[in-house]
Write a protein that binds this ligand. Structure first.
Ligand SMILES: [Zn+2]
Length: 168
């Protein structure tokens, strides 16, 4: 899923659940893709969906966020960020067109290297060559955008209803 797709899912979830910190769940929704910082390194393909797509990374980031949050918001910030990041991990575990280092995510890394994927929405014929060939990978992402479209639409409707956009 693209970052916009992850942000849409986070926004919809944040608007649907009471007590959620919207900024924290939005950050949580994209924080696992922090590994894209290493995109231009030769070894990126080996670490993508591994070093920041595991339960320990998101627990650590959630604790760090709750630690720096202001008093009274610590629990909501930590939980919201964890929820956003958990949704990200679940989505990535079900939508993988780059199984070069295993299908899904390395949920228990660094304890276990095995990739976790309850199912993959993409057929094997859509498997890409990995991010060493970015243009092919981006082209393969296009059909996946159809899965994201309903989330874009719903997030857009919610934004509209909240009058966050289209204000007079
Ligand atoms: Zn991801």
């Amino acid at each position: 899923m693209t970052p916009i797709g992850h942000l849409s899912v986070s926004y919809i979830s944040g608007r649907s659940i009471r007590g959620i910190s919207l900024p924290a769940i939005m950050i949580g929704g994209i924080v696992p893709d922090f590994d894209f910082l290493f995109f231009f390194f030769e070894w990126f393909n080996q670490v993508h969906r591994v070093i920041s797509h595991n339960i320990f990374f998101i627990i650590l980031v959630s604790f760090a966020a709750s630690f720096v949050a202001k008093a009274g918001a610590k629990k909501a910030v930590g939980f919201s960020l964890f929820l956003g990041a958990s949704l990200h991990l679940f989505i990535d575990s079900c939508m993988d067109i780059n199984p070069t280092n295993g299908t899904g995510i390395a949920l228990l890394w660094p304890l276990v290297d095995t990739s976790f994927s309850p199912f993959n929405l993409f057929h094997d014929s859509m498997n890409g060559p990995g991010w060493t060939e970015p243009l092919k990978m981006l082209r393969l992402m296009i059909p996946g955008l159809l899965y994201e479209l309903p989330f874009y639409v719903l997030a857009f409707i919610l934004l509209w209803k909240e009058k966050i956009i289209f204000q007079d």
